[in-house]
Design a protein around this ligand. Structure first.
Ligand SMILES: [Zn+2]
Length: 394
């Protein structure tokens, strides 16, 4: 618990202590009734009512009488902490954050859409986002380029990135380095070194985009520090995290041991192949976080929404509570801006996702056109941001 949470938690508790008959007399702005509440932070998975007051979670009890405020009927649905997506490109478009919010995403990171030259554009969108939104600065100063962000090594400009971070300390949460052959070519190692040079004065994480790199991971991963994030962890060879015999590479294990995080980064090309994901999970190497690598184009192909991405891992056999943890609690730990989120603990900001877990036959596709059929699919149902219900995706 950090200091802020402690202070808010105590305030809520003190408020109730002054009210005779406790919960019954308390006034709530919003009550989410009868849902299956899953809060991995507290290992809670049970039918509960969730009461919200003043933008914070006020109480979670088996039964809380409805008061004057609004009620959401969550019977038959899941009630989980608001989803946190740590790898999106939502701040490329003005509408991006709002579209994600309707899917239950109450916290998001734009991961390197822009570099130093045009970082103010993504920052402006992040600032106007309804939910918590921060950006990673691409070490390539021109941002994402079709010809490769840092194919021209002079674009990997650590000094320019440092200046941009210094000017926007509040909004830039870290540095993104895209290292694939078609993005950085043979410059991958040098690009990552420069990304660390940009990040280190500010003690912020570097997120690397791995997969199909020129350099082997044994050369790249030693440059990763605790708190850094490896996205596209299920990318197929060359330079996958798993070898042909089904063993996770030793430098990958070592990175995890020292606190490097491993993230899905679904995306649409080259990042996710079912057989790799299956073998990595079989080896017992579970993702820390899911992320969509969201773009407007992804809404109609492969990504669709965060719930669809999460459902792929239900299909691959991950238990529901772990799937929820990857999209909430674990993600909240990746960046300080989310530190008091990702949980429904009384006193926490009331960011809540109400989801439907439907049974049936659902088609999922990886980034290589391979289809698989799952028996469950999560769908967004209602979203609460800072204690207020937001409009759902129709
Ligand atoms: Zn991306």
């Amino acid at each position: 618990m950090n200091r802020r949470q402690f202070v808010y938690g105590s305030t809520v508790a003190a408020a109730f202590a002054r009210i005779p008959n406790g919960l019954a007399a308390a006034k709530y702005d919003l009550l989410i009734k009868g849902g299956r509440v899953i809060d991995p932070a507290r290992k809670l998975d049970a039918t509960r009512d969730v009461a919200i007051a003043d933008g914070r979670i006020a109480a979670i009890e088996p039964s809380i009488p409805a008061g004057a405020g609004e009620t959401i009927d969550a019977r038959g649905k899941l009630v989980v902490p608001g989803l946190i997506d740590i790898h999106t490109h939502a701040a490329r478009n003005k509408e991006g954050p709002e579209l994600c919010l309707a899917d239950g995403v109450t916290g998001l990171i734009d991961a390197g859409s822009q570099g130093a030259d045009r970082i103010s554009e993504t920052i402006a969108i992040a600032k106007s986002a309804p939910q918590q939104c921060r950006v990673l600065i691409n070490i390539g100063r021109a941002g994402i380029l079709p010809e490769g962000d840092t194919m021209d090594l002079s674009r990997a400009d650590a000094a320019a990135a440092r200046e941009a971070i210094a000017r926007n300390r509040e909004m830039i949460a870290g540095v993104k380095a895209r290292l694939s052959r078609d993005v950085a070519g043979a410059n991958d190692f040098e690009v990552l070194k420069r990304a660390q040079e940009a990040a280190s004065p500010f003690n912020v994480p570097v997120m690397i985009h791995m997969g199909q790199t020129v350099s082997p991971l044994s050369k790249l991963f030693p440059l990763l520090k605790p708190g850094d994030i490896v996205t596209h962890m299920f990318a197929p060879p060359p330079n996958s995290i798993i070898d042909d015999n089904g063993h996770i590479l030793p430098e990958v294990m070592a990175a995890r041991r020292r606190g490097v995080r491993f993230d899905l980064g679904n995306g649409r090309s080259g990042h996710l192949r079912w057989d790799i994901a299956e073998r990595v999970l079989q080896a017992g190497f579970l993702p820390d976080t899911f992320s969509t690598d969201w773009t407007p184009e992804g809404r109609t192909a492969q990504v669709i929404d965060f719930e669809n991405v999460m459902s792929k891992f239900l299909m691959l056999g991950m238990p529901l509570d772990q799937v929820i943890a990857c999209a909430t609690l674990n993600a909240s730990r990746a960046f300080p801006v989310f530190r008091n989120r990702g949980t429904l603990k009384p006193g926490a900001p009331a960011d809540v996702a109400v989801l439907e877990l439907r049974e049936g036959s659902f088609e999922f596709v990886d980034n290589f056109g391979n289809n698989r059929t799952g028996r469950q699919r999560l769908f967004p149902s209602a979203t609460v941001l800072a204690g207020k219900r937001v409009a759902s995706r129709s």
